[in-house]
Design a protein around this ligand. Sequence first.
Ligand code: AMP
Length: 452
Amino acid sequence: MGKFVELGLREAILRAVEEGGYEDMTPIQSQTIPEILKGQDLIALAQTGTGKTAAFSLPLIQMLLKGEGKRIAKTARSLILAPTRELAVQIAENIKAYGKYVHLRTALVYGGASANPQIKSVVGGTDILIATPGRLLDLVNQGHIKLGQVEFLILDEADRMLDMGFIRDIRKIIDYLPKKRQTLMFSATMPKTVETLANNILHKPIRIDVAPMATTAEKVEQHVLMVPKSRKRDLLVHILKNPEIKRVLVFTRTKHGANRVATHLEKLGIATGAIHGNKSQNTRQKTLDEFREGNIRALIATDVAARGIDVDDVTHVINFDLPNEPESYVHRIGRTARAGASGVSLSFCDHEERGYLRDIEKIIRQKLPLMVEHPYHFEGIENMDPHADKEDEDPRTGFKPRQNFGKNKPGRRAGNPKPHGNNPRNAKNVKAGGYNAGAPSRKTRPTNARAR
Ligand code: AMP
């Protein structure tokens, strides 16, 4: 796969990488870094968790060192655009770590926080400007930042930026940039909108595709639990009795939904936090830190707030609501299979969400196994099986349910009394008694709640 030392990077960069504990490159790194160092524009299909931040940060630092000290007031030599404040902060932290032995100036600009310190941070000029599009455009329009000196443009999570409606801001920002520049684009998915943007802003790009969605999805053990909407909370509480679920991300579709779930779990003494767009940037960051440190066991999040969260050792992802955009499913479950680790995802699906489930299965190109043994499953679940009315090959996915459903794991079809008999991990986790086995009852269980 290749080692970092083979890249010809400066000693100061390699030392920082080594201190970070990395020796071997991930696939995205070994494929992109040499190309970026050659000055090539590129579009890379890569999700969070593949090591993509280092893939663009390391060569960027190397290339910027060539013109060290060239800073001009209010300008930036490179610009990294990210969809959310969390991701921007995370990129900045990565760059700080990789650049700890070099002298490059980094500035961070994002919405939802006071603009003054951000304006001050670019007054003297900066080497690396990391920004969310809206706030950056404001500061450019107000004359605080000038983009005419940008030599390198990086768009991270381009698909999400477009999903979030940033396309116009991005186009305006690009109009301010010099035509002669190197542009790198990273995106987890490649919808038409991203292709179009890529065609417009990249110059003879090479395309690198290291993590087709199915590959990441394959690393995650995925299950669907059919449950009436009204019993989802009970099911969640039931599942959280399993002590193996140490650090869990729970996704809801709405901010209010996130709050409701968080409040419910907190009342039961489960250390919980919630992040979504209505929380201030400071609160979100604090909650994330606590989750990272292990003080919070269950983090309830909406899709937008959870983007780019880089927390290792998330043991489980629970989709309390199925996302209405199937791509979000891939992003969500990717949180539990980071940097080579594997993980488990459990998706709650009520009657009305079956269409979403089919959309998800279409884009991940696999059927998701149904977990039948849980106390709130629908009566007559066979009829509720989202695949039940699809016995013939599905023209959209090309899958024959019987052949693919639970491949390598016979006996998973709905209605089988021992659906998980062949999988020891499931057997332990899933059977109704399994969750409680060995775990004290809720009343006597030592609380892991913190005073919040
Ligand atoms: P990213 O895809 O940039 O969000 O990175 C995902 C995670 O992988 C981060 O926690 C990085 O610290 C970690 N990581 C980055 N590069 C490597 C590497 N070469 N080997 C192992 N882990 C890495």
